[in-house]
Design a binder for this molecule. Structure first.
Ligand SMILES: *[C@@H]1O[C@H](CO)[C@@H](O)[C@H](O)[C@H]1NC(C)=O
Ligand SMILES: *[C@@H]1O[C@H](CO)[C@@H](O)[C@H](O)[C@H]1NC(C)=O
Ligand SMILES: *[C@@H]1O[C@H](CO)[C@@H](O)[C@H](O)[C@H]1NC(C)=O
Ligand SMILES: *[C@@H]1O[C@H](CO)[C@@H](O)[C@H](O)[C@H]1NC(C)=O
Ligand SMILES: *[C@@H]1O[C@H](CO)[C@@H](O)[C@H](O)[C@H]1NC(C)=O
Ligand SMILES: *[C@@H]1O[C@H](CO)[C@@H](O)[C@H](O)[C@H]1NC(C)=O
Length: 297
């Protein structure tokens, strides 16, 4: 008994349990600050009160279907919150001011919800927001304006959103983006210069889409791109001109495409070799990506 009590006391000190624990939630200190986890707790609203000085709030796997303008306006305010996780809640509606007062937010996770639209200014006031996860939502991108206005956003995840087309100004108000994940969508073609507004992009993931070609002018604006993932598309060929202006490109994934490693593709293979581009690819015909270099044409 005594041993159990001592162990329990040690555990309590180690995790520094807080007095204001909420039903279904646990609060503790981590090396980056205080954290409250309320996973899978059948919550239909953001619980309150929440601990003061909360840095991380994980509300994944609940039933919070709506985020209104008061859902996150706690007293005292959640003014230390840096990371907010709302994955898998069946969220359908997000009020444009839902996050307005969370001025220190750095990362927001909204994966696996049912969000179709977000007001353009939803994160406008979150000047520290660097990373946004919108994966697995049936997003509808507006055709004639920026999707979201987030001045300093660096990383945007929009994979698994059933996106079929990237409108020309989709990224016109997230101009600092460094990484963009558009994997697992149904993008079948790229317009001219859809990424022109985000010239600082270093990482682009377009894997598992339905691209049949990479048009010459589709990616040409991405002068800072280092890594491009085009795995699992429908590319049969790729032209040197499509990637020639990407001076910084170091790595290219092409596996899972029906590439025909023949004389038509050889110039691209030579170009990749000459550029020391780390490229991986598989061919549908009997040749291989490597023997393509020696193919007599
Ligand atoms: C949520 O809880 C239920 C019942 O305890 C469990 O069956 C389910 O696997 C849990 N889901 C998650 C995502 O943790
Ligand atoms: C939460 O949602 C799940 C799945 O949509 C449902 O089975 C469950 O009954 C809901 N729980 C509550 C408390 O509403
Ligand atoms: C919340 O939004 C509603 C409607 O959008 C508005 O009438 C109300 O004044 C807002 N409340 C706050 C606290 O901003
Ligand atoms: C995307 O479409 C598929 C097939 O219609 C559907 O099963 C899936 O749930 C959709 N994804 C989202 C995030 O809505
Ligand atoms: C691109 O996204 C897919 C799907 O999420 C992932 O499996 C793959 O590893 C990503 N590519 C890179 C280079 O990280
Ligand atoms: C290889 O690169 C050099 C300069 O970097 C260039 O002069 C040459 O034409 C290139 N060869 C091919 C086959 O692209």
């Amino acid at each position: 008994m005594a041993a159990v009590a001592v162990a329990a006391a040690l555990l309590a000190t180690a995790s520094t349990a807080m007095a204001d624990d909420i039903d279904g939630c646990t609060s503790y200190h981590t090396y980056i600050g205080s954290r409250t986890d309320c996973l899978n707790a059948s919550l239909t609203e953001v619980p309150r009160p929440l601990p003061r000085d909360l840095h991380i709030l994980d509300l994944s796997h609940n039933n919070i279907s709506t985020l209104s303008n008061t859902s996150l306006s706690h007293q005292p305010p959640l003014s230390s919150l840096e990371m907010l996780i709302l994955d898998y809640n069946g969220i359908t509606f997000v009020h444009r001011d839902a996050f307005r007062h969370l001025t220190l937010l750095r990362a927001v996770y909204l994966r696996g919800n049912r969000i179709t639209q977000l007001h353009r200014l939803t994160f406008f006031h979150n000047l520290r927001l660097q990373e946004l996860f919108l994966s697995e939502n049936p997003l509808v991108l507006p055709s004639n304006r920026g999707f979201l206005s987030v001045r300093l956003l660096l990383v945007l995840h929009m994979d698994g959103c059933n996106i079929t087309h990237i409108p020309p100004s989709a990224f016109s108000e997230t101009v600092r983006l460094r990484a963009l994940v558009l994997a697992n969508n149904q993008i079948s073609s790229l317009d001219e210069r859809p990424f022109a507004p985000i010239p600082f992009l270093m990482f682009l993931n377009l894997s598992n889409n339905a691209l049949q070609t990479v048009p010459r002018d589709a990616l040409s604006t991405l002068q800072n791109l280092i890594r491009l993932d085009l795995q699992d598309n429908r590319l049969q060929n790729i032209e040197v001109e499509a990637l020639a202006s990407l001076e910084g490109l170091r790595r290219l994934e092409l596996d899972g495409n029906p590439l025909k490693c023949d004389c038509q593709l050889k110039p691209f293979r030579l170009w990749a070799q000459n550029r020391s581009l780390a490229a991986s690819a598989t061919c549908v015909n009997k040749k291989s990506w490597d023997t393509l270099l020696n193919l007599q044409c």
